[in-house]
Design a protein around this ligand. Structure first.
Ligand SMILES: C[S@@+](CC[C@H](N)C(=O)[O-])C[C@H]1O[C@@H](n2cnc3c(N)ncnc32)[C@H](O)[C@@H]1O
Length: 273
């Protein structure tokens, strides 16, 4: 396994249990719907070479593979072996491009210069120790004129868990993702400073429904950085975390489940020709 701590603010993605919850709950309800929005805004074309950075379990990679088709190809990079294992186990879709999963930090991807037509990074940069260096590395890998699509939370669907757990004041709460990309103007500036042109940022909103109600909400919360160190807490502290998250979820319960609202800033840009 890659030594992740120097590169990532979110080592909990390296756990098999987090990856499994992500595959079963987060992916279909939150991240795949958001990947489709990203790919609508920065569409890949048939036959293109695509890079998905911080791919997790191959979320954007798999949706892009269907769009570029069998003549295209996808490289999907992540620092977490556990997340990549979920992607590698996924049955391939007929007619989709092949996906090659690579374990590496986004700042040191073992790939050739100017190899890609289009690159994506969905909800990855805020988890990285150096998102500015990752943008530079992505630019190195894009062909001249290559396109970039980046998504970051303006309002995370998981922010309420972080806030609730922070209010408990537990010293063990651990490293947390940064605010990188939360402000649309600052995000545009960061991408521009990395040497991209034509930068545009739009904000979109989605509601994810956890049909399993508060119990499912607790599973989601425990797999986020907010409660990543649950196992290290004393039993009464674990109970306090569950109680505070339950209270945060209660106002979000509707007839069909818990409604989690998220707003993403989606940036598009090009590497100069
Ligand atoms: C919230 S997940 C997003 C995954 C995927 N893009 C999606 O939309 O489902 C964040 C991912 O960033 C990865 N990550 C964190 N730091 C990283 C780094 N420095 N280099 C590469 N991947 C990193 C984590 O392992 C995790 O899979």
């Amino acid at each position: 396994m890659t030594e992740t701590s120097a590169f990532t603010r979110s080592p909990h993605f390296g756990r098999d249990a987090t990856a499994a919850t992500y595959r079963d709950i987060h992916l279909p309800r939150v991240f795949t719907p958001w990947a489709r929005v990203l790919l609508e805004i920065v569409p890949p074309r048939a036959g293109e070479r695509v890079l998905d950075v911080a791919t997790g379990p191959g979320t954007v990679a798999r949706e892009a593979a269907k769009l570029v088709g069998p003549d295209g190809s996808i490289k999907a990079v992540d620092i977490s072996a556990a997340m990549l294992a979920v992607g590698r186990d996924w049955p391939p879709e007929p007619g989709a491009a092949p996906i090659d999963y690579i374990e590496a930090p986004a700042t040191e991807m073992p790939l050739n210069n100017e190899a890609f037509d289009v690159a994506y990074c969905q909800q990855g940069l805020q988890h990285m120790a150096d998102p500015y260096a990752a943008l530079q590395e992505i630019k190195r890998l894009l062909k001249p004129g290559g396109r970039l699509g980046v998504a970051l939370w303006q309002q995370s669907p998981f922010g309420l868990f972080r806030q609730a757990v922070a209010e408990l004041g537990l010293p063990e709460s651990g490293p947390q993702p940064s605010d990188f990309g939360r402000d649309p103007a600052a995000l545009a500036q960061a991408i521009h400073s990395a040497g991209f042109q034509g930068v545009q940022v739009q904000s979109r909103q989605l509601v994810s429904i956890l049909e399993g109600g508060i119990q499912q909400g607790l599973q989601v919360a425990i797999a986020t950085s907010a409660a990543a160190r649950m196992q290290e807490l004393r039993p009464e502290q674990q109970e306090a975390v569950r109680a505070v998250i339950t209270r945060a979820l209660e106002p979000l319960v509707q007839a069909d489940g818990v409604h989690l609202t998220s707003i993403a800033n989606i940036a598009s840009a090009q590497k100069p020709s």
